[in-house]
Design a protein around this ligand. Structure first.
Ligand code: AMP
Length: 508
């Protein structure tokens, strides 16, 4: 028997087996919020959304874009739009108007759903727009009621979503994920994280980012509770974790730092719910942060590695029983690696040191970009663009290929140098880049943001690095900064940081 693997099965199952369980707790103080919904209500609203799209003449295969912070409506759209054979195009609401216009046009979206708080971003578009303010979208998000449920006969190879990648130097590319991709990623991820109906998932990660890494699908399948969070703020996260009894959350390393800072600022008397599983990816997590999550918060640190093109789960690093008795810093060092292949994933390293991957949740291709697709999938492997190596079964990421620093003919992993600087107590944020230099070719340069109130001299930081790193890896130039350019998902924008130095090289 062959039953198509489509994401519909997830919500249908939850509504069948746990109709009265709380499915979503929306943000309560936002225009158009949906309050608290059970799984039966979530399914009825997803069905209502499908029926209204049908009435509006949006056909199967048509693209529906959404520009929004996390919300119940976003969660429902994963099912109401994709589940009815339409293609969801989640767009990062922190992009510029021009980038959003480009994505809407490139994807050929016939409708744009927009959060009231960012309505301006799409006000110039010629594509029909519906504002998610509770009025403009009243029909769209009403439960199915008298309307007819849309009958769908979806293939698992139908496109589920097109997720545009951040785009560093070039225009963003549309990553086409099929139902099969999203289904298998969600199942595998859910299995590795032991997701169950006892889980309470706090949506810290933006839902636009690889469909919230597929957790909206995986958690729904099990009938877990979704708690919506719009504003990523360490204090707010701690409050919600305690108030809603959160058990699971996903985020980038920069967010982990903000949670730790908020916890410290609360002082010794305050307590936070322990045992939370925090799943971290998007950038290399410094081992010091891994250690602090375990020792200061009492949370389980789980690292994953992946890309939008891989739905995203490629590798996972979850502490093994044999690490239980290790000292915290030794455990942290082991957990700071990207991890072992997830079920159904094969990892290899090319001769040039690039991480390659094969799996059923690697994307179909870049939307309407055949050449870029052929290049990314050349030889039957997905080319990640990340440099790294294998340590037994473990993948270790050393750099984005284009971020490797070549100094005096030696390759230096910026990630390794950043990890070292992070271990200095005065350092809050750090980015290590190569800057032009006549003698060395590239100079290992560290851009450092100090903790508020902390004092450290450049010489002290130089000495710290020379003590812990091979000398050729230690930075030869250090600059203090107020902040570092990051993407909406917390990734350092190294190309931006480099720009300043490569435009007008100066000597340190
Ligand atoms: P995106 O497609 O926006 O999710 O970005 C994917 C990129 O994030 C990867 O190619 C890596 O460069 C980076 N990344 C994701 N997870 C990790 C990780 N655990 N460690 C290091 N880099 C990561």
């Amino acid at each position: 028997m062959h039953v198509p693997m489509t994401i519909n099965q997830f919500l249908d199952r939850a509504a069948l087996v746990a109709p009265d369980n709380v499915a979503i707790i929306d943000e309560s103080d936002v225009l158009g919020n949906l309050g608290t919904l059970t799984y039966a209500e979530m399914r009825d609203r997803a069905n209502g959304l499908s029926a209204t799209l049908q009435q509006l003449g949006i056909r199967e295969g048509d693209r529906v874009a959404i520009v929004s912070a996390n919300s119940a409506k976003f969660l429902i759209s994963f099912f109401g739009v994709s589940g009815s054979g339409r293609v969801l195009v989640p767009i990062n609401y922190r992009l510029s108007k021009q980038d959003i216009a480009y994505i809407v046009e490139h994807s050929g979206a016939s409708l744009v759903l927009v959060d009231p708080e960012v309505h301006d971003l799409v006000s110039d578009l010629r594509v029909p727009t519906i504002v998610l303010d509770g009025t403009d979208d009243a029909q769209l998000f009403a439960p199915l009621g008298e309307r007819v449920r849309v009958a769908v006969d979806l293939s698992e190879d139908a496109t589920c979503s097109i997720n545009y990648t951040s785009g560093t130097t070039a225009r963003p590319k549309g990553v086409e994920l099929t139902h099969r991709n999203c289904y298998l990623n969600a199942m595998t991820f859910g299995w590795h994280l032991s997701v169950s109906d006892r889980d309470v998932l706090l949506h810290v990660l933006p839902m636009f980012h690889v469909n919230g890494w597929g957790m909206p699908y995986g958690a729904t399948a099990m009938g877990a509770k979704h708690v919506v969070l719009r504003k990523v703020d360490g204090n707010e996260i701690l409050d919600r974790v305690n108030r809603e009894q959160v058990t699971l959350l996903c985020c980038a390393p920069a967010v982990v730092s903000s949670i730790l800072d908020a916890h410290r600022a609360r002082g010794k008397g305050s307590s936070v719910r322990s045992g939370v599983r925090i799943v971290v990816a998007g950038a290399p997590p410094p081992s010091k942060i891994v250690e602090q999550v375990e020792t200061e918060l009492g949370w389980e640190f789980i690292q994953i590695y992946g890309l939008t093109e891989t739905s995203p789960l490629l590798t996972i690093n979850r502490a093994r029983p044999e690490w239980d008795d290790l000292a915290p810093s030794a455990r942290a060092t082991l957990l700071a690696r990207a991890g072992v292949p997830a079920i159904g994933v094969e990892i290899a390293v090319s001769q040039s040191g690039e991480i390659l991957a094969r799996s059923n949740h690697v994307f179909r291709g870049y939307y309407n970009q055949e050449d870029a697709t052929a290049e990314a999938l050349e030889g039957g492997w997905f080319h990640t663009g990340d440099g790294g190596y294998l340590d037994g079964a473990f993948t270790v990421i050393t750099d984005r290929k284009k971020d490797v620093i070549i100094t005096g003919g030696e390759n230096v992993s910026s990630i390794e140098v950043e990890d070292c600087l992070f271990r200095h107590e005065a350092v809050a944020e750090v980015a290590v880049i190569g800057t032009p230099d006549e003698k060395w070719g590239e100079l290992v340069t560290a851009l450092v943001v100090l903790r508020p109130g902390a004092v450290a001299t450049k010489d002290e930081l130089f000495a710290h690095c020379r003590e812990h790193l091979a000398h050729f890896k230690a930075p030869k130039r250090i600059e203090f900064k107020e902040h570092l350019a990051r993407t909406a998902t917390g990734k350092l924008q190294k190309y931006k940081l480099r720009e300043e130095y490569w435009k007008s090289p100066t000597t340190p």
